[in-house]
Design a protein around this ligand. Structure first.
Ligand code: GLP
Length: 246
């Protein structure tokens, strides 16, 4: 499992963009799974820069958001619909971008629709993930089974706390999310995990060097044969085995 400690957030964004663009150069029509959150913002900005500079062409790819809040308006600024419009699709023309619908009823049909679309797109060639402070992947919270599929989940308090500023209070944060399951994420042909900052260091170490356990959903990634991990110095500080900047 290649784990690279790349130094700064900026270097991490560059390296992640190289990996994504390298894949797309080889297979221009692939499907990608993409996480939201603060961590991949530098990657999306770098992809937008490369597209503007005509250094890369992403117009053949089909992208999927890996999760979404559930039970609030699609227009709400906290949805992934708003996030990806602002940080990716406004600047980067893609063949298609599929989101889970934050207003979907019933959620089961929405999840089945997403899984069908992924299958029709030939499966995910690469999924780009961040890690939650509680070890979640997408919205697969601690306790998620390794064989879980796309579904509606109850959000843990630490996850809801990170959203509280966008809702004015913890009470305003939706209680539920929609997420690709751990089996869907591990079903991607390659996985790129990104983490930055000291507050992720302990979870990164548990996920990559601790036992594979439902209590730490990101530990499931150890089972993936093509996992690349990119960390900045702070996020990699608790690892015993890693390569790159020290
Ligand atoms: C969020 C998202 C995840 C994301 C994670 C980390 O709740 N559901 O897809 O990877 O938490 O977010 P951040 O990068 O802001 O730390």
């Amino acid at each position: 499992m290649p784990t690279e400690i790349v130094g700064t957030e900026g270097e991490l964004a560059q390296r992640a963009a190289e990996i994504v663009c390298g894949l797309v150069r080889e297979e221009p029509g692939v499907a990608l799974g993409l996480a939201s959150g603060k961590t991949p913002l530098g990657l999306y900005a770098e992809l937008a820069r490369r597209v503007r500079a005509r250094e890369t062409d992403l117009s053949g790819i089909t992208a999927f958001a890996v999760d979404e809040l559930h039970g609030l308006s699609r227009q709400h600024p906290a949805t992934n619909a708003s996030y990806f419009r602002e940080h990716l699709t406004r600047q980067v023309p893609l063949r298609a971008f599929h989101l889970m619908d934050s207003e979907a009823k019933p959620a089961e049909e929405e999840c089945a629709r997403l899984l069908r679309l992924i299958e029709q797109a030939g499966g995910l060639a690469l999924v780009v993930l961040g890690i939650g402070k509680n070890g979640h992947l997408g919205f697969n919270e601690p306790g998620s089974p390794l064989d879980s599929r796309c579904r509606r989940v109850c959000l843990d308090r630490p996850t809801r706390e990170t959203y509280a500023p966008l809702f004015g209070s913890l009470d305003g944060v939706p209680a539920f999310g929609l997420t690709l399951g751990l089996a869907d994420l591990l079903g991607a042909r390659a996985v790129l995990l990104l983490a930055t900052g000291a507050d992720k260091a302990e979870m990164v170490a548990q996920a990559l060097e601790g036992p594979v356990a439902e209590a730490v959903p990101a530990s499931a990634l150890q089972r993936h044969p093509r996992l690349t991990v990119l960390l900045d110095r702070e996020a990699g500080a608790r690892l015993r085995h890693a390569q790159g900047a020290s």
